[in-house]
Design a protein around this ligand. Structure first.
Ligand SMILES: *Cc1c(COP(=O)(O)O)cnc(C)c1O
Length: 425
């Protein structure tokens, strides 16, 4: 033991030369490797790490994390915000790979002239919604709502019961206020009438905004006008659907959709593309041609535009006929889930229990989807989470529940291997 613990910390070149670090560093930028080694050395200097563990800790620093590592979602939460919302379909993943090179993003290959960015997605969206008009894809749902209201300058008339906090402390009405819009609140928390909106309208009105309460439900003495009633007020109506159903769904009959809202007279609808639509992160402003054109040409639009990888993934998602992973998870039949859970049980033991899945942050609050899960002792959840591949299960009533609803059938073998490793560990 040395008197000065700093002296005992291995030197950078020694750590770099160790087998574990050389293996972990393969293909990485030298500055990234050196920074990882420095972090491990610093921890050892602070006494937070034994000096003999510096090479292993440095190698762990270099391991891919967070946004690079694919995780198996065994929570039964379909649109899981903390796990990146929707899993992309195979077609969408392949299109992202292809779009990683140069693509004719704003270039017409037939004429050699400049072309509009996102034109293919625009047409696909209009086809799928069955709408005339125009569509614009931006960075996310919040950006879509922001642009829709910027295209309609003036007061935004919004019901108090629809002043939604979407997550991580962000609130839609504060987003609009932050962008310079004046939000005119109408109604009470639980009830709002057409007359409340009508009496708030005036020369300063920019639009009426109807927001889908996508992450909570109101029960009891409640009420709000329909899209059709609000459209009858004679001012532009923006409907923020949030969840991104393009057309009515038989699985989620109460969830609002773009097609119905436009038919009922909405001027513009806005929604996210990574919730029930099952695509990459993105947001859509769709509806009246002149209004979408204003949104497209608004100076702020440039700060919100979608990138080529998202546009490629979204185009592939909209074009494909097969169910997206999100739609497949929604439509999964309890019998099939039971068979999958029984197969897991046959491989690793545990108990078959019923499991209630939910749509998640993406919409359909309060909707419960019946299914099945494998129940294991609670400590298994942590071992699964730190395993390879990481599996995120649900801890409920002191047990670890592994719900296969959101695990692709292709990934069953990897799930079994991860369960075996976690139970052996
Ligand atoms: C999710 C949601 C948003 C925000 O969409 P992001 O894609 O997260 O930016 C806005 N409005 C509603 C109603 C939502 O559900």
């Amino acid at each position: 033991m040395s008197d000065d613990p700093r002296r005992a910390v291995p030197r950078t070149d020694e750590v770099l030369a160790s087998d574990v670090v050389r293996t972990a560093a393969a293909g990485l930028h030298p500055e990234v490797v050196r920074a990882g080694v420095r972090r491990a050395q610093d921890r050892a200097r602070r006494g937070a790490l034994a000096v003999g563990d510096v090479p292993t800790a440095a190698a762990a620093e270099l391991a891919p994390r967070a946004e690079e590592v694919a995780v198996l979602n065994a929570t039964g939460v379909i649109v899981h915000t903390n796990l990146g919302r929707s899993a992309l379909s195979r077609a969408a993943r392949e299109s992202v790979l292809a779009a990683g090179g140069y693509v004719a993003l704003e270039h017409d290959l037939a004429t050699g002239r400049r072309a509009a960015r996102g034109d293919a997605v625009r047409r696909l969206l209009l086809d799928r919604v069955g709408a005339a008009g125009d569509a614009l894809v931006v960075n996310n749902g919040a950006a879509a709502l922001l642009l829709a209201t910027l295209a309609l300058p003036g007061e935004v008339v919004l019901a108090r019961g629809e002043m939604v906090e979407i997550g991580d402390g962000f609130r839609l009405h504060e987003l609009l206020a932050g962008a310079g819009a004046t939000v005119r609140e109408v109604g009470a928390t639980n009830r709002v009438r057409v007359a409340d909106y009508a009496s708030a309208l005036g020369p300063r009105t920019g639009c009426v905004l109807k927001v889908h309460p996508s992450n909570f439900t109101l029960h009891g003495f409640t009420g709000a006008p329909s899209v059709r009633e609000l459209a009858g007020l004679g001012v532009p109506l923006v409907v923020d659907l949030g969840s991104g159903l393009l057309a009515p769904s038989t699985v989620l009959p109460d969830e609002p959709d773009a097609s119905s809202a436009l038919q009922a007279g909405a001027s513009l609808v806005t929604f996210s593309t990574d919730k029930l639509l099952g695509g990459p992160q993105g947001g859509v402003v769709l509806g009246d041609e002149a209004l979408v054109a204003r949104a497209r040409r608004h100076p702020v639009a440039r700060a919100l535009r979608a990138d080529k990888l998202s546009l490629a993934a979204l185009a592939a998602t909209l074009r494909q006929r097969d169910l997206t992973p999100t739609a497949a998870a929604l439509a999964a039949r309890p019998d099939d889930l039971l068979a999958r859970v029984r197969a897991l049980q046959a491989a690793v033991g545990g108990e078959v229990v019923d499991s209630v899945a939910v749509v998640g942050g993406g919409g359909a609050p309060g909707v419960e989807l019946a299914g099945w899960a494998l129940a294991l002792p609670a400590p298994v959840a942590e071992r699964l989470r730190v395993g390879s591949p990481p599996v995120v299960a649900r801890v409920q009533d002191g047990r670890c529940l592994v719900d296969p609803r959101c695990v692709a059938a292709d990934d069953t073998g990897r799930l079994v291997a991860a369960l075996q490793a976690a139970l052996a560990g």
